[in-house]
Write a protein that binds this ligand. Sequence first.
Ligand code: PGA
Length: 250
Amino acid sequence: MRRKVIAGNWKMNMLPNEAISFIQELSEKVKDTENEVVLCVPYTDIFYSVLNAQGTNIKIGAQNMHWEEKGAYTGEVSAEMLKAVGVEYVIIGHSERRQYFAETDETVNKKLKKALSVGLKPIVCVGETLEQREQGVTAKIITTQTEKALDGLEPADVEKVIIAYEPIWAIGTGKTATREDANEAVKQIRQKVAEKYGQETADRVIIQYGGSVKAANAKELFEMSDIDGGLVGGASLKAEEFSNIVNYNK
Ligand code: PGA
């Protein structure tokens, strides 16, 4: 049985004092869940978040990283740096980074390999635009992104990767994919993993859905056969709302 992983993506929101009170409030509300709870916070919140999440079942993640260990890369943060401050997860290739910060399938692949090599758990995002969905090329887009992201990995490493299927037209728009469409897309991604790395690996890899997940739709989505939790943006900014998503099966 795959575990549900429910990760908040705060994006460029939350000051350290807000992060601290959020984690104090959330930790109380999610202490009895069997689901994995992750908060992917801005770099400036990481230190405070890790400290305040100690002794709780909340894990802290980052939203990006560089693939080099160190060097002349002004403004960048390495996987080693994240690991050293207690980060456990890292989002890689979010569509906002692909769209606004020139992230490519190639840089996603480099980052993924680097994250795994230091023991960070990568959450790699794939997803189609509205135009691509209307053209009927969703399956091709998301399976190609998946293939390129995982290129060169051993099956044992692929199992450690979390894939987030995030249709771009559903991110921050209030439009959610129907649970059938979301499950179908996730199945296509799993099928591609099976083709490349074997059925056993595909059965183990966690694949989330993301895009306007909220407390009101979390249950119907997360109960689908292939959807293993979610990557949650806007609705992860309120502790009460996010805790209701985490506790969707309570
Ligand atoms: P949203 O964002 O939940 O606000 O749609 C999801 C994401 O970008 O990961």
